[in-house]
Design a protein around this ligand. Structure first.
Ligand code: 5GP
Length: 192
């Protein structure tokens, strides 16, 4: 039998508090470089925002559907964050990696910790805000959450920031173009 000799893909875990700009950095990064690279689309019970598309930003599901996926052991990790469930599909991630495709997970810190336990060689990147004040004003400025949801997200920030030293790279997202350059430098260095 012919032996398949495909190099394993690399797993990138990108985390950081809500509103820090993980999604914006990654969306811009994917515009520049999407060869051999897969953005893992999570499942969530959160309602879609006006600009979000099912199957592109998330798989938007009901709580029952999410529970069924837990029962079927479909998740690499899942968590409850700010009153909603979010989870990463296990099989899709491992299939991509086994086929030599690099995978990027954009997830919060509790999920990131679980992934780091399972994938010891994951490349972990923490995106940090220039200050908590700036983070709060970005969260409010994007007008995607109501006040209650903003407060819930802000309640998580201190814990999330205190964990930044557990990550291999910390990128401060002050200027988007600079943060993007740094992200690209990390990616290129790690995949070379
Ligand atoms: P948002 O509701 O703002 O899209 O996401 C809230 C938080 O959940 C963000 O920090 C986002 O990165 C994170 N998140 C998105 N998908 C997943 C996932 O599959 N697992 C975990 N643990 N967090 C996720």
């Amino acid at each position: 039998m012919e032996e398949k000799n495909i190099k394993q893909g690399k797993l990138f875990v990108v985390t950081g508090p809500s509103g820090v700009g993980k999604g914006t950095i990654l969306a811009n990064f994917f515009k520049q470089d999407n060869k051999n690279l897969y953005y893992s689309v999570s499942m969530t019970t959160r309602a879609p925002r006006p600009n979000e598309k099912d199957g592109v930003n998330y798989l938007f599901v009901s709580k029952d559907e999410f529970r069924r996926a837990i029962e079927k052991d479909e998740f690499l990790e899942w968590t409850e964050y700010s009153g909603n469930f979010y989870g990463t599909n296990n099989k899709i991630v491992s299939d991509k990696l086994n086929n030599g495709i690099n995978v990027i997970l954009e997830i919060e810190t509790k999920g990131a910790k679980k992934v780091m336990e399972k994938y010891k060689d994951a490349i972990t990147i923490f995106i940090s805000p220039p200050s908590v004040f700036e983070l709060e004003s970005r969260l409010r400025g994007r007008h995607t959450e109501d006040e209650k949801a903003i407060q819930k997200r802000l309640d998580e920030v201190e814990r999330e920031l205190s964990e930044s030293s557990n990550y291999k790279y910390v990128i401060v997202n002050d200027e988007l173009s600079e943060a993007l350059k740094k992200f690209k430098a990390v990616y290129d260095f790690e995949v070379k």
